[in-house]
Design a binder for this molecule. Structure first.
Ligand SMILES: O=C(O)C1=C[C@@H](OP(=O)(O)O)[C@@H](O)[C@H](O)C1
Ligand SMILES: C=C(OP(=O)(O)O)C(=O)O
Length: 430
């Protein structure tokens, strides 16, 4: 599918979409918590749908009401006879988090579970599971470290050491599985943990559901058995998404003005650091009540370390394109195994828009402040590349046509509708 972005100033109000990271974790927590979970502010992205489908296939009952999801789970699903659960195939779509978080949880069951997926996920590394899960008594068969992956548990929590440099998502999965199954305190030691704020989010969701995790300096995580009544009702409100709010805020900062609601300044999401980049670029930023007002001013280049918030690279590049001077963003190595190789995708697509990007080891340098030109660009089937080029296109000279624009469904299905609603000089994109 193609979308054309017609340049136009923006102004108005938008609400941030729900965070798929928050929602997927809530689904996993609901599955491992006996009783009822009521989730509100849930989203409708492909990654969230994948998580809901997975918990339903693993035995939770999911009821979608207009404004809330009611999920019921119980301990029996983990101990039901093998014969009742044959041919369990879980399709994670393109979600790295659903794959890496639900694999250790699926390892808690005592029968074969097959993980499959689509598109970009088929090329993303899963060899962590081949190495680590057998140490926890789970039998693993993968396709040379990639999907499809078949697991057979039950997983036994044990003190282990893992490498956290490739992705934090593997640790997230182990924390969920250990939280569910441990019968005595047990520790996970992690070396070189990346994307640390996502682990804060994992710990905060697990705590919300009554589990006990202690984080010692992102090096040792101690998980203790939960003491509670057998059945509970937990209410959880999905947080607004800072990762996608970043695109909207950058649209305001580069193409006019915007008032954004629906994000929490105290969230554990690391992508709230987009605020630092906006301040450093010279954009006008005003916080009032629970809203953020952002307005274009003369923008200048800035420096940013995105090692622990890699999803900010695409909106930061869109911002830096309009900042006079050379912006440097650290953490390029973290982009290799996302939905696309995002460093290359950003360099190649922004070049078509007349923005030079240099990749210098772990640092990306964006040469900003020139004329950004509308162009024929590709999303590389990556939602964040589609959104970055769309936002850059709002103030470009000429129309930007994005092929593979439907990639946004992975995290923000209403993205183009929301952008069209704040465009003042154009009736909308198509
Ligand atoms: O846990 C999560 O919700 C996520 C963790 C990050 O991945 P890595 O830990 O692989 O960097 C991030 O890029 C991804 O979009 C979502
Ligand atoms: C990398 C992403 O997600 P995931 O790893 O969960 O597929 C993303 O949303 O940018």
């Amino acid at each position: 599918m193609n979308v054309s972005i017609h340049p136009s100033p923006v102004s108005g109000n938008l609400k941030a979409p729900p965070s798929k990271s928050s929602m997927q974790r809530a689904c996993a927590a609901a599955l491992i918590t006996p009783g009822t979970t009521v989730i509100d502010n849930f989203g409708n992205s492909n990654d969230e749908k994948a998580a809901l489908d997975i918990i339903a296939r693993l035995g939770a009952t999911v009821n979608k009401l207009t404004n809330e999801l009611v999920i019921a789970s119980n301990d029996f699903i983990f101990h039901s006879p093998v014969a009742e659960k044959k041919n369990v195939i879980l399709n994670v779509g393109e979600s790295g988090l659903s794959m890496r978080m639900f694999a250790p949880i699926a390892g808690l069951f005592n029968f074969d579970i097959v993980f499959t997926g689509e598109g970009s996920i088929l090329k993303r590394p899963m060899n962590f599971f081949d190495e680590i899960l057998p140490l926890l008594d789970v039998e693993v068969h993968s396709n040379n470290g990639m999907l499809p992956v078949t697991l057979r548990g039950p997983l036994q929590p044990k003190n282990i050491t893992v490498d956290g440099s490739l992705s934090s998502q593997f640790l997230t999965g182990l924390l969920f599985a250990f939280a569910k199954a441990c019968t005595a305190p047990v520790s996970i030691t992690v070396k070189n943990l990346s994307s640390r704020p996502y682990i804060d989010l994992t710990v905060s969701v697990l705590k919300h559901f009554g589990f006990h995790i202690e984080n010692n300096n992102y090096e040792v995580f101690t998980i203790s058995p939960r003491k509670d009544s057998p059945s509970t009702t937990v209410r959880y409100t999905v947080e607004g998404d800072w990762s996608n709010a970043a695109f909207l805020l950058v649209a305001g900062a580069t193409a006019g003005e915007l008032t954004l609601s629906g994000v929490d300044m105290n969230s554990s999401q690391g992508d709230k650091d987009i605020m630092k980049a906006l301040y450093d670029s010279g954009a006008e930023v005003v916080l009032k009540n629970d809203e953020i007002f952002v307005k274009r001013k003369k923008l200048t280049a800035f420096q940013f370390d995105a090692t622990h918030c890699p999803d900010l690279f695409p909106p930061l590049v869109a911002l830096a394109s309009y900042c006079n001077g050379n912006t440097s963003i650290k953490g390029v190595s973290r982009l290799l195994h996302k939905e696309s190789n995002r460093a290359i995708a950003l360099r190649d697509e922004f070049k078509k828009m007349n923005v030079e990007i240099e990749l210098n080891g772990d640092v990306m340098i964006v040469h900003g402040g020139g004329v950004v030109k509308g162009a024929e660009v590709s999303s590389h089937n990556d939602h964040r590349i589609a959104m970055a080029t769309a936002v850059a296109g709002l103030s470009a000279k000429g129309i930007t046509n994005i092929s593979g624009s439907e990639a946004v469904k992975k995290s923000y299905p209403d993205f183009y509708r929301d952008i069209a609603s704040i465009q003042k000089a154009h009736a909308g994109n198509q």
